[in-house]
Design a protein around this ligand. Structure first.
Ligand code: AMP
Length: 212
């Protein structure tokens, strides 16, 4: 089964995807992670994407869609989770075409619902490992040793776009561009709303039920 996970920034898409990868051996396709890797490797795509990401804006569709198609070509039948793509209805439509072209389908679109007033605290407190991508939170789930990843010993930092002013722009982009995807997937009879509040394992339990 292939799924997509969407919702506002800070809803827990990355955390839940990591569990699905570990426990269900699904492939995680995160456009945010792909862009961050490209920035780290200083590729042309990374340099271009950075201009938008640093400001909290969406990277243009032409860049993003091509990048996802490259990953589709490497799947070899593995089930996947799309995380952070599509981010607007135009990308949703482009995804339909990509799926058709590669003989793939998305079975469910899981919307992780978290009230907007919870997101700022989640995002400003979020810390990530630069080596393995594990996520922490300064108060809710800090690493055992400050600044050091429990899983791999890498350094744990704040993402450049998890600063308050950039978060505001990201939340606006979500409201304007990504939220309309709820209706898009409802019309396609693929929408499942997951309550994103509560403990990580509780949220995971709701997602796991959808995979049966
Ligand atoms: P994320 O890690 O999903 O929060 O994404 C971080 C940033 O990457 C976003 O704020 C956007 O600038 C960019 N980004 C990620 N996915 C997309 C997408 N599907 N379309 C456009 N921009 C994206």
């Amino acid at each position: 089964m292939n799924i997509l996970l969407f919702g506002p920034p800070g809803a827990g898409k990355g955390t839940q995807s990591a569990l699905l990868v570990e426990r269900k051996r699904m492939k995680h396709i995160s456009t945010g992670d792909l862009f961050r890797a490209a920035i780290k490797n200083q590729t042309r795509l990374g340099l271009e994407a950075r201009k938008y990401m640093d400001k909290g804006q969406l990277v243009p569709d032409s860049i993003t869609i091509g990048m996802v198609e490259e990953v589709f070509m490497t799947l070899n039948g593995q089930s996947f989770i799309l995380d952070g793509f599509p981010r607007n209805v135009a990308q949703g439509e482009a995804l339909e075409n990509l799926l058709k072209g590669h003989d793939l389908t998305i079975d469910k679109a899981l919307f992780l619902e978290v009230p907007i007033d919870q997101l700022m605290g989640r995002l400003t407190g979020r810390r990530v490992c630069t080596a393995c991508g594990a996520t922490y939170h300064v108060t809710a789930s800090p690493p055992k040793k400050e600044g050091v990843c429990d899983k791999c010993g890498g350094s744990v930092i704040q993402r450049a776009d998890d600063k308050e002013d950039v978060i505001r722009t990201r939340l606006m982009a979500y409201e304007e561009s990504t939220k309309p995807l709820k209706d898009y997937y409802k019309s396609a009879n693929k929408l499942v709303v997951i309550n994103g509040l509560g403990a990580t394992e509780e949220v995971y339990g709701q997602i796991e039920k959808q995979l049966l």
